[in-house]
Design a protein around this ligand. Sequence first.
Ligand code: CO
Length: 300
Amino acid sequence: MKYVSRALAVLAAALLAASAACAFPAGGSVENSKKGILVVAFGSSMPEGEASIEAVTDAVRKAYPGVETRVAYTSRIITRKIARERGKTVDEPAVALAKMAYEGFTDVAVLSTHIIPGEEYDDLKAVVDGFRVIGATAPKAGFRFIGLSSPLLSGAEDFERLAGVLADSYLERTKKGAFVFVGHGTRHFANAAYGALQFALWGKSHNFFVGTIEGSPSYDDVASGLKTAKVKDVWIAPAMLVAGDHAHNDIAGPEPDSWKSMLEARGYRVTPVLEGLGQNAAVRGLILEKLSEAWGEFKP
Ligand code: CO
């Protein structure tokens, strides 16, 4: 792994040097630079979900006041729905980046707001890598620099950091009951991040639990954990960027198969906390750190 990533880093550096040399021949000035940020989210068609993406975007604009910040959604189902219902256009990442290249942006940082480096992130990375190659081979059609931030849970220190921030917000409640975070979950290997987050949170309190809707730990894993915890009160919150469709339906919805209903059927008093991670200021701080890393030496 280490060898491969080092080889890729060398290759990327070579490509960057080549592209910088083409775009800025001897005497080329940094005055020609036009920096931009693209915030990329899966997207949400619910106003409550969009609020979380907007909170992250606002924090980025505050941190980089002189840099134009745009937003792209990766979900075509959501962008089509928003266009149909509200006449609002949100580009997908490749289109947003193509427009920025056409408009003369030279240095661009792409902010991934993904929680884990799963399929969605892999796809985004492929798009960014594509623009990196374009920038190196046809500078006028690409960028001098394009950076991509890593997801919230992608490095060894990330689990402890996020667990610390979540404990700051919710540790008090684990003294009165259990606090359950529900992530999206995936069949992608990156799903392992949820288990790692669970261990990091157990370091804060044994009454913190992590489950997922589509991966592991599962609902059954959380239910058996709660049984051992011998609690009456359970708080339940999404471990997702937004409190959107999954949070309002699968987690806290009135249907008998929502997590809330299933836990209530087992006798717990359940209180949903319908707040996406993007609505937590401290989590936004972690996301901004990732963006800062993505800029590298091109940081504005
Ligand atoms: Co989903």
